[in-house]
Design a protein around this ligand. Structure first.
Ligand code: NAP
Length: 497
């Protein structure tokens, strides 16, 4: 089926507007079926050098194009993506495994980002402000950084790339993008769309290959002035320290240990819906996945029973089938990690209420599936309630009060997303103030970000930058302060006034 959607069996790098083949390659496996989808190039540092040289030249011209004209390309990108939404969604499900409804949502996020960032071409606002001296004008403007390096994960292969590359491009940068080796098709498709939309050659370059080869070469390249990375904390930490040595700007979006808080005054049916969608959507392989439910003890048993009843209805399988709600696990390393946490949870004394096993029989035999899993009676300090599992596993932590719920939510090293279900308006406002995460949802699950708001987390989730929203422009621009003195004489600030 993939070959009917994809006209090639092996992908090529996209460098300087040319499709460049690579000597070595690796099979990309559909996690739902175990079948090879396509071959992805395994490039090396030399290819990165070529891409950066070309990007550097292209960027000089691109930066001189007026921003509204740069934005025209993004509008065209958005329209082409819109036309191809169904084809892109199906390919996304084949390489990543997420169910088709979610794949469509992810592609839509990219389309929204294209139109939003295209609009920024006519804003890119700086400030004008009074100067302290007579006959003097002061303003601040955004300048492009130059060549930017983008490194993306497999779990959102197109949305995250658009959060990063669209603001970079509209701001006048050139991009070298290394997509995750697990999910290269969206990068190939997006590169083709950029080509068709008329982006000048060399402004967007895609280099496929392992993080340890291509990603590392980008991080260490003198002419890449900013690295925008989304992925695991281990990789992010190592990239940050290498960038620190070089005084290179780096934006990191990493893991989460997100919680849904359910208070005793919550609409429990709504809470159950929110938990199921956040915990088991994308098989829990989202940075914003709900992997803890902090529940008031008065409604704990009721919530458990409702969750168990609804979990029984979840259909697990190949996400191309519209009736499937939970897809596969991306790879064996992911599966092994999930299984290890089941044992950790049992060993810590949490009670396994549902799931906890790999599904490999009947319709699940060729793919890699894990049963949606519910632990209860977890305590806040258990490893299953502290560490990112990245699978369909959720742990209930009972609490006695609102204050304790906030404390448990904040008592992890991550700070990406949190949610509270309550009908008390005072608690709503206290929660949005006190929850120490970059994203807070009220009466909704932990997922569902909109592209015009900043996306990212506090504490161990990030390093203070944000993807998407107008804030993403801060990663890809430098602020420049400009003073124009029209007095005809030398005026000295702080001295002559
Ligand atoms: P990962 O293993 O860190 O990989 C992310 C990207 O980094 C991949 O492209 C990978 O290349 C590359 N990479 C690996 N080692 C590298 C190195 N030494 N130098 C440079 N690049 C390197 O993460 P993942 O497993 O793909 O993604 C899952 C993680 O991402 C989870 O922790 C999740 O929470 C997090 N995430 C965070 C957000 C957010 O916005 N906060 C969003 C989505 C996901 P390969 O192709 O070789 O793997």
């Amino acid at each position: 089926m993939t070959q009917t959607l994809l006209e090639v069996k092996k992908l090529s790098n996209f460098i300087g507007g040319e499709w460049v083949e690579s000597d070595s390659s690796k099979a990309v496996i559909n996690p739902a079926t175990g079948e090879t989808v396509v071959e992805v190039p395994l490039s090396n540092a030399k290819t990165v050098d070529q891409a950066v040289d070309i990007a550097k030249k292209a960027q000089k011209e691109w930066a001189l194009e007026p921003a509204p004209m740069r934005a025209e390309v993004l509008y065209r990108v958005g329209y082409i993506m819109k036309e191809r939404k169904e084809r892109l969604s199906q390919l996304l499900t084949m390489e990543n495994g997420k169910v088709i409804e979610e794949a469509r949502g992810e592609v839509q996020e990219g389309i929204d980002m294209a139109f939003y960032m295209a609009g920024e071409g006519r804003r890119l606002f700086g400030n004008t402000t009074p100067a302290e001296l007579k006959d003097k004008f002061a303003m601040s403007v955004r300048s492009p950084v130059g060549v930017v390096g983008i490194i993306t994960p497999w779990n959102f292969p197109i949305a995250i790339a658009t959060w990063k590359s669209f603001p970079a491009i509209v701001a006048g940068n050139a991009v070298v993008w290394k997509p995750a080796t697990e999910t290269p098709i969206m990068a190939y498709e997006l590169a083709k769309i950029f080509e068709e939309a008329g982006l000048p050659k060399g402004v967007m370059n895609v280099v496929f290959g392992a993080g340890s080869a291509v990603g590392d070469a980008m991080v260490n390249h003198d002419d890449i002035r900013v690295i925008s990375f989304t992925g695991s904390n281990d990789t992010g930490r190592s990239i940050a320290s290498k960038c620190g040595e070089q005084l290179k700007k780096v934006s990191l979006e990493m893991g989460g240990k997100n919680a849904v808080i359910v208070m005793e005054d919550a609409d429990l049916n709504l809470a159950v819906e929110g938990i199921l969608w956040s915990a088991f959507g994308t098989s829990g392989q989202r940075c914003t996945a709900c992997s803890r439910v902090i529940v008031h003890e008065d409604v704990k048993e009721d919530l458990e029973n409702r969750l168990l009843a609804e979990m029984k209805k979840l259909t697990i399988g190949n996400g191309l089938d519209e009736s499937i709600k939970v897809g596969p696990i991306i790879n064996q390393a992911g599966m092994d990690k999930i299984k290890s946490y089941i044992e950790i949870g049992k060993g810590e004394g949490a009670k396994l209420l549902a799931g906890g096993y790999e599904m490999n029989e009947g319709p699940h035999k060729n793919g890699r599936y894990f049963a949606p899993t519910l632990f209860t009676d977890a305590t806040a300090d258990m490893r299953i309630a502290q560490e990112e599992i990245f699978g369909p596993v959720v742990s209930l932590v009972p609490v006695k009060s609102f204050e304790e719920a906030i404390e448990v939510n904040n008592g992890v090293t991550y700070g990406l997303s949190s949610s509270i279900f309550t009908s008390d308006v005072n608690r709503v406002f206290k929660a949005q103030r006190d929850l120490d995460t970059g994203i807070v949802y009220v009466n909704a699950g932990t997922t569902g970000a909109e592209i015009h708001l900043p996306f990212g987390g506090t504490k161990g989730t990030g390093n203070g930058h944000r993807d998407s929203g107008v804030q993403a422009l801060d990663v890809f621009t430098e602020w420049k302060a400009v003073y124009v003195d029209f007095s005809g004489k030398l005026q000295r600030a702080q001295i002559d006034n």
